[in-house]
Design a protein around this ligand. Sequence first.
Ligand code: DX5
Ligand code: ZN
Length: 233
Amino acid sequence: MIIAPSLLAANFGRCASESVRVEKAGAEWLHLDIMDGHFVPNISFGPQLVRTIRPATKLFFDAHLMCTNPGILLEAFAQAGASQISVHAELGDQVTDLLWKIKSLGCKVGLAINPPTAISLVEPYLERIDYLLIMTVNPGFGGQPFIHETLPKVQQADAWRKRRKLSYRIGVDGGINFQTAADCARAGADTFISGTGLFGEPSLRRAVSKMRQIVVRAGAGNFALDGLFANQK
Ligand code: DX5
Ligand code: ZN
């Protein structure tokens, strides 16, 4: 199980030291929300910030591009030190080329899907991805409530994975707290993105280890995922 605190909920005035705090808290990944003010009604930060914080930690950098035209940004994020780049399934025709380009840049390949979008849209890409990021809120802002209707998508993604013997990770993003993380783990998620659910706690270190304990226990019925993904940590 991977816990990925989202930088969006950290103190933007000191992103580098916040990343160090995430690493010291025992998380494996740092989730980086890239918003272009068009695909979503908000703007966050770009490759320059990622480049600036890269030397501070060895964390796996999980860049989530909520952008209408991510093709123009992939190289910049790869050079800035992104370990994995996710683009959105809603981009339609662009998706095949984008996934290929992410891979050719040497990054892990992620595909994200919004709550209103049918999960069938990602099915053709499952063999080409390392990571399926299921949005559990409509993207654009941190601190929104979890949308429970997204849980069947997690179950479907897990069923496909088992049936086809694939090994993409299943991430959930938005409104993830101790309770909703457990629900997602039971549905088959193995990667938990959380902003306010972790940074809002008095101790980030305790919050990360509590969330990990909860999801390990809740996901225990879902066979030995950690063995399956040992090479991706
Ligand atoms: C939402 C972003 C999320 C966000 C999650 O647009 O993609 O990654 O940071 O924040 P919380 O956990 O606060 O909902
Ligand atoms: Zn995100």
